[in-house]
Design a protein around this ligand. Structure first.
Ligand SMILES: Nc1nc2c(ncn2[C@@H]2O[C@H](COP(=O)(O)OP(=O)(O)OP(=O)(O)O)[C@@H](O)[C@H]2O)c(=O)[nH]1
Ligand SMILES: [Mg+2]
Length: 261
């Protein structure tokens, strides 16, 4: 519990045998439910997760690989059933700094936001930490997602470190979430159409020596293009064929400095 609220963390994991134990250990003690979704890994990810013995741990296993978005959707459904007030996503590859979690939870628990997402670009030496290919791809996708979804001020749309309120999970509808890479863009489109308040919170980019990624150009270009074009048209049709005027800010940067958040 944190501030009297029940907290869940969803951990999507695919072939993360070497990192899953470290990821689970890193989840702060105030988290009530740690929901690991083993996305039909070919290695011992699920078994190692089970062995961690962490209080509140549940390991759910997909019978076939369904993609990171589908793994998160499975976790979201379980978090809703468990009655979590706020649900975070911390990927199973230990790329999320647990020190950032309270800062992401703060605007959601205080009721100032429905959904908080990490913004690694607000971290002072992001350009030094993040591989150049990720940096450039992220800038491009952030700008395109802003146009497609209407989140005028958000950046780092591909950051998977997020916290959703119970109401936001209802608006997202886990049953129909986009299953593969492209899920963050799909999700931001859904939240915008629902009028959710989404905020960016600075988080530390983590790309250590053991970093490897499942992202390949061909696995992201087509799905994300599809998601963005669909989000753009849904946004237009949601307003009877008119492009919506920019809403009064449902998004705002949240600074960590000097006691805010
Ligand atoms: N690649 C991949 N990852 C999955 C899948 N299902 C769950 N995941 C998990 O999703 C998380 C994010 O995957 P990554 O491929 O590292 O993508 P990312 O961290 O968003 O991007 P990078 O900056 O490239 O590391 C990891 O914890 C994976 O274990 C899947 O089908 N494919
Ligand atoms: Mg990764």
């Amino acid at each position: 519990m944190l501030r009297g609220k029940k907290i869940a963390v969803v951990v999507p994991a695919f072939n993360e045998a070497d990192k899953i134990a470290r990821t689970i250990r890193s989840v702060p003690g105030f988290v009530d439910h740690v929901l690991v979704i083993d996305d039909a890994s070919n290695d011992a990810t699920g078994r190692i997760a089970e062995r961690s013995g962490r209080r509140g741990l549940e390991v759910m296993t997909h019978s076939r690989n369904r993609g990171v978005g589908a793994a998160i959707a499975t976790g979201y459904r379980r978090a809703l059933a468990l009655g979590a007030d706020a649900t975070a996503v911390m990927a199973g590859d230990a790329q999320m700094d647990p020190a950032d979690l309270p800062h992401l939870l703060a605007p959601v628990l205080s009721g100032d936001a429905d959904y908080a997402k990490g913004n690694r670009f607000a971290w002072s030496d992001c350009w030094r930490q993040m591989p150049w290919s990720r940096y450039m791809g992220n800038v491009a996708l952030s700008l395109l997602t802003r146009i497609a979804c209407g989140h005028g001020r958000l950046f780092d749309t591909q950051c998977g470190y997020t916290v959703a309120s119970r109401a936001a999970l209802g608006a997202i509808d886990p049953d129909t979430m986009f299953a593969r890479y492209g899920y963050p863009n799909d999700l931001l489109g859904r939240l915008a159409r629902a009028g959710a308040r989404v905020v960016d919170v600075p988080v530390r980019p983590v790309y250590g020596p053991g970093w490897r990624s499942g992202i390949r150009v061909w696995t992201v270009v087509y799905p994300i293009s599809f998601v963005l074009v669909r989000a753009f048209f849904l946004r237009i049709f949601a307003r009877g064929g008119r492009l919506p005027a920019e809403r009064p800010p449902i998004t705002q940067g949240i600074r960590r400095a000097s006691g805010s958040v």
